[in-house]
Each structure stands twice: as structure tokens, then as C-alpha cells.
Design a protein around this ligand. Structure first.
Ligand SMILES: Cc1ncc(COP(=O)(O)O)c(C=O)c1O
Length: 366
């Protein structure tokens, strides 16, 4: 029943006009490509009276060229959250009636458990290793109605090799394996599981324009998979909302997907900022798994909840999950160099204050 479901809780959105450094929802600190501005300037407003193209054909063409696949391999939706929701329903819901669980890592994107609750699909969470590595062997020989994981994973930031995704797919030929690649672009020479879809008809890769394309505001995500999988997603969409992506979003998404040079430029900047920022954090005594994403998952040398709150009081938003194990870590989105420098200054001050107050306590005891 809907009242029993605990809905997804999105990261805090500041009020309009509130000045904050926003590093809590893994948005891109850079604007979208100037081609988006051009596309909007050329947009024929009179077409807004008409329903949009149900299939988002031009976006699909651009995405197919971007990913080196055919147009029949792509399905577009209103943000990857919507694509994931439709995928859960299409691929897992019916098979789950037999009682088989969907497998997902613990910890991972917190929308997956919500979808499983929403569709009444039993889930079996599979613990990550102590260093937050996902071990593909843990997904072999476990009966299931489907598998979903993020690669790189969120909020832990670690990635597995595409060959490991292939092993999971090969070992589970009767299940759809959803590989959520929201953050895949943030590794220098990244591999994508998109390269698996011809050999493994059960692999469904989920992509978003929210992160590496700086377009969280238009809500555009897509799935890449075999034509059979894509056909299933379309059938589900057309039984629910046959025009999910509006005309403006389609124009904007197409323009962004066609400008790969800009995409490479901004992701390179974020990768460089992340490397410098992680090094500084480590020097301050933070520990963290190696990040392949546009965020780091860092354990501070001081009380995490207090640090989160004090940063928030200073107008710097990062993400804090008040849950076992995760509560010792902050998930910090990589912003511009300037934003990260301001955050580091604030963190240094907090660490120093915490050390001073610890010294005071020791002195009193002496
Ligand atoms: C792993 C993961 N998948 C999917 C999404 C959803 O992205 P979108 O904006 O495309 O709905 C997010 C958003 O933060 C995410 O972290």
C-alpha cells in the first residue's frame, strides 16, 4: 500500500535566491554546452501547441551516434529515474510474482529499494566488500528476478570493469541486468557496458543527461539495450504516458548529445578537480575509496554529522546519509575549483576547531 512505502528523499534544494555552495546532488558545476542556448534561440515556440514526438526520435539519433549503437537500441524517458522505474516494472515485476527477489548492492542508489517497494518486488541486498568494492561473484548462483546496480556506484563512487558486468550478465541469462551508468563519464578513459548489448541481450544500460551533460533541469535519461528490451520499455511507456519527453527537452538533449567535444572538456575539468580535492582531503586525514564519479565519498577525521551541519550553517551543502556505516561519510559533489577551495577552507577550520576542543577536554582531565 502506498502509505507503507518510504519514498525517495532527494538532496536538499536551496530556496530561490538563497546563496549556497551546492555540492549535495551531484549536479555539474558547469553550464550546458553553448549549443543548447543556440537550440533554444532557434526553437519555434508555436510548436508547443503540439504534442511532442513520442519516441524522441532526434534525441535517439543523437544518443545512438554518441554511444555507437543503433536507434532501435535506445529508449528515452523523463530523467533516468523514470527510465529506471519503467525498467523495474517491465523487467522485474512479473517475474517477481514467483517470489524471486531483485538483487541490488547495499549500499547503492537509494531509489532502487523505493522502486522495489513501489512495485511490490522482493529485494535481496548484497553487501559490498569492506572497501566498498562490488564483487561480481556475489551475483553468481543467486536466484533472482533481476539485478540492478550503479556503475560507478553511488554513494560509494567505486566502479567495476565492464568485463565484470559481462560476467554478471553471463551468469544470469534469464534475468535482465540493469547497469545504471549515471556517473560513467567521470573516469578518464571510461568503458561503458553499452559495448555489451549485442552479446548480452539481457543487459540494459541506463544513462542520464543530468550529470556529465549539465542538464539535470530538463530531465532526460535513456536506456540502451537489445531491441527486445527496448520494445518492452516502449510498451510499458505507452500503457502509462506516451509523451514523456517534452519538445523543449528533446531539442536541448539533442544539442547536448551532439557536442561531444564540450562533454569531454567539462568532464576532464571535473576529473582534474576531483584528483586535487581528494589529495587535499587525504592530507587533512580523510579516508575515501577511489572515486570514478563526480563526487567523493569521504570519511572525515572528525564527527561526520557535526561537520555536515556546521558546513550547512556556513552555506555549503554536501550530502549526509544518517544510516548505519554511511553516517560516517560525506558524499561531496565535485564543483568548480573555486567552490572546492572554499569548501576546503571551511573544512580546515572545522577540523582545527574539533582538534582544539578535543585538546581542551584533555587539558581539563589533566
Ligand atoms: C545512480 C543514479 N542513478 C540515477 C539517478 C537519476 O538521475 P536523473 O536525473 O536522470 O533522474 C541518479 C541521481 O542522482 C543517480 O545517482
Amino acid at each position: 500500500m502506498i502509505n507503507d512505502i518510504e519514498p525517495y528523499v532527494a538532496g536538499e534544494q536551496p530556496k530561490q535566491g538563497q546563496k549556497v555552495i551546492k555540492l549535495n546532488t551531484n549536479e555539474n558545476p558547469y553550464p550546458p554546452t553553448p549549443k543548447v542556448k543556440e537550440a533554444l534561440e532557434q526553437f519555434d515556440l508555436s510548436t508547443l501547441r503540439l504534442y511532442p514526438d513520442t519516441n524522441s526520435t532526434d534525441v535517439i539519433k543523437a544518443a545512438a551516434a554518441f554511444d555507437g549503437v543503433s536507434e532501435e537500441n535506445i529508449f528515452c524517458g523523463n530523467g533516468s529515474d523514470e527510465v529506471l522505474a519503467i525498467a523495474f516494472q517491465t523487467f522485474f515485476e512479473k517475474k517477481a510474482l514467483t517470489g524471486l527477489p531483485v538483487l541490488m548492492p547495499d549500499y547503492s542508489y537509494s531509489f532502487y529499494p523505493v522502486f522495489s517497494e513501489f512495485y511490490d518486488i522482493r529485494r535481496q541486498t548484497i553487501a559490498l566488500k569492506e572497501d566498498f568494492r562490488l564483487d561480481p561473484d556475489d551475483y553468481i548462483g543467486v536466484p533472482n528476478c533481476g539485478i540492478v546496480f550503479a556503475n560507478p556506484n553511488a554513494p560509494t563512487s567505486r566502479a567495476i570493469a565492464v568485463a565484470d558486468c559481462a560476467r554478471i550478465a553471463a551468469a544470469n541469462p534469464d534475468s535482465v541486468v540493469i547497469v545504471d551508468e549515471a556517473y560513467v563519464a567521470f573516469e578518464e578513459n571510461y568503458e561503458s557496458a553499452v559495448t555489451l548489448i549485442n552479446e548480452y541481450k539481457n543487459v540494459c544500460v541506463i544513462r542520464t543527461l543530468s550529470k556529465a551533460f549539465s542538464l539535470a533541469g530538463i530531465r532526460l535519461g535513456y536506456a540502451v539495450g537489445s531491441p527486445e528490451l527496448i520494445e518492452g520499455l516502449k510498451r510499458a511507456r505507452d500503457s502509462f504516458n506516451s509523451y514523456p519527453v517534452d519538445r523543449l527537452a528533446q531539442k536541448v538533449a539533442e544539442a547536448a548529445l551532439l557536442d561531444k567535444a564540450y562533454y569531454d572538456e567539462t568532464r576532464s575539468k571535473i576529473i582534474a578537480t576531483r584528483a586535487a580535492f581528494a589529495k587535499e582531503l587525504e592530507e587533512l586525514g580523510f579516508t575515501m575509496p577511489p572515486s570514478s564519479a563526480n563526487f567523493v565519498f569521504a570519511k572525515p577525521p572528525v564527527d561526520c554529522g557535526t561537520l555536515y551541519q556546521n558546513l550547512r550553517n556556513k552555506g555549503i551543502l554536501v550530502r549526509y546519509f544518517n544510516k548505519p556505516v554511511l553516517k560516517d561519510y560525506l558524499r561531496i559533489t565535485i564543483g568548480t575549483d573555486e567552490e572546492m577551495a572554499q569548501l576546503l577552507d571551511a573544512i580546515k577550520e572545522e577540523v582545527k576547531n574539533a582538534e582544539n576542543s578535543a585538546d581542551c577536554k584533555t587539558d581539563k582531565r589533566d
